[in-house]
Design a protein around this ligand. Structure first.
Ligand code: CA
Ligand code: CA
Length: 189
């Protein structure tokens, strides 16, 4: 009798192993399949965030605040000041801003800064160094003007950035943190 129980237990164990081997993404305890997708389905309204390329941005059109207030405003929306990490991302964002009628003297805070060490610029939202940094070379930026320019902004119609005094009031761009969509499907056995 004891022996029979042992064999039964072994059989169940083998069956479970086989099931896991062939259905690795199925949770056998709840009978749900989980699939994860980058982004958000197009039919879902993400307003006030707009999708540009693979990213979701909120572009503040009116309310000018300093860099710290802008960072806080983005966090209130569960986002961060934007990090523009390569040329395609910058080009797509500026193209959108132009189409929306923003002007070159519309300045927008983004998350770049050298608050930690003068001259070493990092994206606050990712913690990474600004390896893509299209400074306004014609004006020899970054110039740390007045010894006190430690926050980075972009322009409404040019694919350029500049260092400015963090206390200046500007518009700002927030970026949602790489949204993912989880799809749960009930599995019938
Ligand atoms: Ca600086
Ligand atoms: Ca500057």
């Amino acid at each position: 009798m004891m022996s029979s129980s042992k064999y039964t237990l072994l059989l169940v164990s083998c069956c479970c192993s086989l099931a896991l081997a062939y259905l690795p993404d199925v949770n056998i305890f709840t009978n749900y399949r989980t699939e994860v997708y980058n982004g958000i389905p197009s039919e879902i309204d993400t307003t006030p965030f707009i999708r540009i390329g693979d990213n979701y941005y909120y572009i503040e059109p009116m309310n000018k605040v300093n860099w710290f207030q802008a960072a806080g405003a983005c966090r209130m929306m569960n986002a961060h000041l934007a990090s523009i990490e390569d040329k395609p991302e910058m080009d797509a964002l500026v193209k959108y801003m132009k189409a929306k009628g923003f002007k070159n003297n519309d300045y927008f805070w983004i998350s770049g800064n050298d608050l930690g060490t003068e001259g070493a610029f990092y994206w606050m939202s990712t913690g990474r160094p600004m390896t893509f940094a299209p400074w306004n070379g014609a004006k020899q930026m970054p110039d740390n003007y007045g010894g006190n320019e430690n926050c980075v902004h972009m322009f409404g119609t040019r694919e350029l950035i500049n260092d400015a005094n963090c206390k200046i009031q500007m518009l700002y761009v927030c970026e949602a943190s790489e949204p993912k969509t989880f799809k749960f499907t009930y599995i019938k056995w």
